[in-house]
Design a protein around this ligand. Structure first.
Ligand SMILES: NC(=O)c1ccc[n+]([C@@H]2O[C@H](COP(=O)([O-])OP(=O)(O)OC[C@H]3O[C@@H](n4cnc5c(N)ncnc54)[C@H](OP(=O)(O)O)[C@@H]3O)[C@@H](O)[C@H]2O)c1
Length: 268
C-alpha cells in the first residue's frame, strides 16, 4: 500500500474501498440491509485498510461490526464517514454532535480517521456551526482529520471565511467522464487532497484506449485508470463486489505510466 500525507500530517492509504452498496440486498444502494458483508471481509483479506463509509449508506453499524470481527488492529484501519448536509444532522450543534457520537458507536471506536460533510451546506450559519463541531471533535482527538465532499470552489471559499482547521480532503467525483480539472487545480493550490468517488466510470471509447495502454504493462484498462489517478496524487476508493476486481484494484503499485500515457488519458 502507498500512502498520501494530508495537510495535517496524517497518512491516508491512496487506495481504499467504497462501501455504498455493501451489505445490501442485490447490491443496490437502496436495498435492505443484510446481516453480513462478504465483500468487506475479502477486501480486508486482500489488504484494503481504508474504508469509505457514510451515514447515508445506512450500513455503518454493519460495516463497523465486520471490521471489529476481522481482528485487523484498529490502528491499521483508516475509517472515513460522512455527515449528511440535511437539517436532521446540521440544524444545531447538538444534532451534529449526536450524529458523530452515533458514528463512533457504529464503528465501535473512540476515533474516526476522517469525517466529511457529505455535500455542501448552502446556509452559511449551519455550515459554520457544523464545521465548528467538526473542529471541536478534531481538537479532542476524536477525529484525526476533517474534510468535505462535493464542494465546489465557492463552497470552499465560504468555509475559508471562518474555518480554523482547513479541510484535509475534498471527496468529489473524478473519472474520465467528469475529470474535474479546474476544481483539481484549486485543490492543489489550497493544499487539499482530492479523493475520487466513482473512479471507475468510463465511456466505451475511453475503455478501449485504457485497455490498449494496459497491454504494454500487462494490466487491465481499469488498473491503468486507477494508476492514472494515484500517479496524479488523487486518492481512489473504488468499490467492487467481485474479489478478483478488488484484488486487481490494489495491484497498481508495480508499474508507472509514462508522461505520454498520462497526456493521452487526460485528453480522452
Ligand atoms: N461523496 C459522495 O457523494 C459519493 C458518491 C458516490 C460514491 N461515493 C463513494 O465512492 C465509492 C466508489 O464509487 P462508486 O461505488 O459510485 O463507483 P466505482 O467504484 O467507480 O464503480 C463501481 C463499479 O465498478 C466496477 N468495478 C470495480 N472494479 C472493477 C474492475 N477492476 N474491473 C471492472 N469493473 C470494476 C464494480 O463492479 P463489480 O462489483 O462487478 O466489480 C462496480 O460496478 C462508493 O462506494 C462510495 O463509498 C461517494
Amino acid at each position: 500500500m502507498e500512502y498520501i500525507t494530508l495537510n495535517n500530517g496524517l497518512e491516508m492509504p491512496i487506495v481504499g474501498t467504497g462501501t455504498n452498496t455493501y451489505g445490501k440486498e442485490n447490491n443496490e444502494y437502496n436495498g435492505a440491509i443484510k446481516n453480513d458483508i462478504p465483500e468487506l471481509v475479502s477486501a480486508l483479506e486482500l489488504g484494503y485498510r481504508s474504508i469509505d463509509g457514510a451515514i447515508s449508506y445506512r450500513n455503518e453499524a454493519l460495516v463497523g461490526r465486520v471490521l471489529a470481527e476481522s481482528n485487523v488492529p484498529r490502528e491499521e484501519l483508516f475509517i472515513t464517514t460522512k455527515v449528511p448536509a440535511a437539517e436532521e444532522y446540521t440544524s444545531s450543534k447538538e444534532a451534529t454532535r449526536a450524529a458523530i457520537d452515533n458514528s463512533l458507536k457504529n464503528f465501535q471506536t473512540d476515533y474516526l480517521d476522517l469525517l466529511l460533510i457529505h455535500s455542501p451546506i448552502e446556509d452559511k450559519e449551519l455550515l459554520k456551526n457544523t464545521w465548528e463541531v467538526f473542529e471541536e471533535y478534531y481538537e479532542a482527538g476524536k477525529l484525526k482529520a476533517i474534510g468535505v465532499s462535493n464542494f465546489q470552489k465557492h463552497h470552499l471559499d465560504q468555509l475559508k471565511e471562518f474555518a480554523k482547521v482547513k479541510p484535509a480532503v475534498n471527496q468529489i467525483q473524478i473519472n474520465l467522464k467528469e475529470p474535474n480539472h479546474e476544481l483539481l487545480a484549486v485543490l492543489e493550490d489550497e493544499g487539499i487532497t482530492p479523493v475520487a468517488w466513482g473512479p471507475m466510470k468510463t465511456e466505451a471509447h475511453q475503455k478501449e484506449v485504457l485497455d490498449e495502454i494496459g497491454k504494454v504493462y500487462n494490466k487491465t484498462g481499469s488498473q491503468v485508470l486507477l494508476r492514472y489517478q494515484i500517479q496524479r496524487g488523487i486518492v481512489v476508493i473504488p468499490k467492487s463486489h467481485n474479489r478478483d476486481n478488488q484484488a486487481a484494484n490494489l495491484d497498481i503499485f508495480d508499474f508507472e505510466l509514462t508522461p505520454e500515457d498520462v497526456e493521452k488519458i487526460k485528453n480522452l
